[in-house]
Design a protein around this ligand. Structure first.
Ligand code: DAH
Length: 356
């Protein structure tokens, strides 16, 4: 019996020493395997008389059960330890802040441009685009700008390579060249459709030109309210009977919707632009809020000059209309109460994220 206790104790000790499942299975073989200690003891009983066989057999069985129980306990303990180790290795600190993805958003000027497009879109205006590098013809000459006009001077215009010595290419100083580009395309399209040829000014029937043209523009200028790159949005409505009163209602509607203010007042102040005659500067006045009571200039406008209508390929005796050019940057400043234009182009996320 003592022998058996010793076997059980040494099995327990061997199992306790095993630190991996493989070690444990090797230790098991020493006691329960084919030539393990218990198996050997069983074999040794063969020669004993029946009575002894019975009692010793029962005792060996008990010892065997004790060893199996110890084995199973150790197996479980090793499995638990392994699980714990794995959990620890893969531990996740859910109290740490997550990696943020950063929510993007539209630039305030883009928000304004989308708003302008939506409002004019609802009034039947399409959106046109043109190149930022322009020729002297589209930027100045076609728009009836005299050779000696101060806007052409090196101080106001960024000239770039290309073009001719007397008419170099430039960064467009306004979106007005798109008036000409778009109208010429429009006229060509409808002339072609009518099989009207391309000679002379067009005086046939065509759908009205009703378009806005937003985009980047450039001037040699930089202070709190001027940036060398800024935005403009051109408007053009040409038909057979489009008048100044149409300009007034279109622009008044636009401003009141844009600023969400029904009592916003507008003033068309006589002015001069080479490409319009008569011309007007458009001022607005808020009736409430921090800007109330002051006239604020928001656009230039006018009835398109007959020379410009001709340069569009249209007969000015038949076609007439209006144009305007406004500054989306300035509209954004007024809408949000921003006093320095340069903030829009510094790309400081602390400023820009306020508009989301
Ligand atoms: N192009 C002018 C500017 O940059 C703005 C302007 C005035 C556009 C009158 C127009 C217009 O279409 O009719 O100052």
């Amino acid at each position: 019996m003592n022998d058996l206790n010793t076997v059980v104790e040494s099995a327990k000790a061997a199992f306790a020493q095993a630190t991996t499942p493989a070690d444990l299975e090797n230790a098991k073989a020493l006691f329960l395997g084919k030539s393990g200690r218990i198996t050997e003891l069983m074999k040794g009983m063969a020669a004993l008389p029946v009575e002894q066989k019975k009692s010793l057999g029962a005792a060996i069985n008990l010892a065997k059960q004790a060893i199996e129980a110890a084995l199973n306990a150790r197996r479980q303990a090793l499995a638990d330890a392994q699980l714990q180790a794995q959990l620890q290795a893969e531990a996740l600190d859910v109290t740490l802040p997550g990696r943020q993805r950063g929510q993007g958003g539209l630039h305030p000027v883009s928000i304004t441009l989308e708003r302008i497009e939506a409002i004019f879109g609802s009034m039947g205006f399409e959106v046109a685009q043109g190149p930022e590098i322009e020729t002297d013809w589209f930027n100045f000459t076609a728009l009836n700008t005299p050779e000696d006009h101060p806007a052409r001077s090196m101080h106001d215009t960024f000239y770039v390579e290309g073009g001719t010595a007397t008419a170099p290419n430039l960064l467009r100083t306004h979106t007005s060249p798109i008036q000409i580009r778009h109208a010429v395309q429009h006229v060509k399209k409808h002339r072609d459709a009518l099989g009207a040829g391309s000679d002379g000014l067009f005086s046939g029937t065509m759908p009205e030109i009703r378009v806005i043209a937003p985009g980047r523009t450039y001037r040699v200028d930089s202070d709190a309210t001027h940036s060398p790159m800024f935005h403009q949005c051109e408007g053009l409505w040409i038909g057979e009977n489009v008048s100044f009163k149409d300009l007034k209602f279109v622009f008044t509607d636009f401003c009141r919707i844009f600023f969400e203010s029904n009592d916003l007042m507008l003033r068309f102040r006589p002015s001069f632009f080479p490409f319009t005659e008569p011309s007007a500067e458009i001022d607005i006045q808020f009736q409430s809020g921090p800007l109330a009571g002051r006239w604020l200039e928001v656009a230039g406008s006018g009835q398109v000059h007959p020379n410009v209508v001709s340069n569009m390929g249209l007969d000015p005796e038949k076609f007439i209309g209006f144009a305007f050019g406004m500054g989306p940057d300035r509209l954004t400043m007024l809408r949000y109460g921003v006093s320095d234009l340069r903030l829009f182009f510094d790309s400081d996320i602390r400023f820009l994220s306020q508009f989301q």
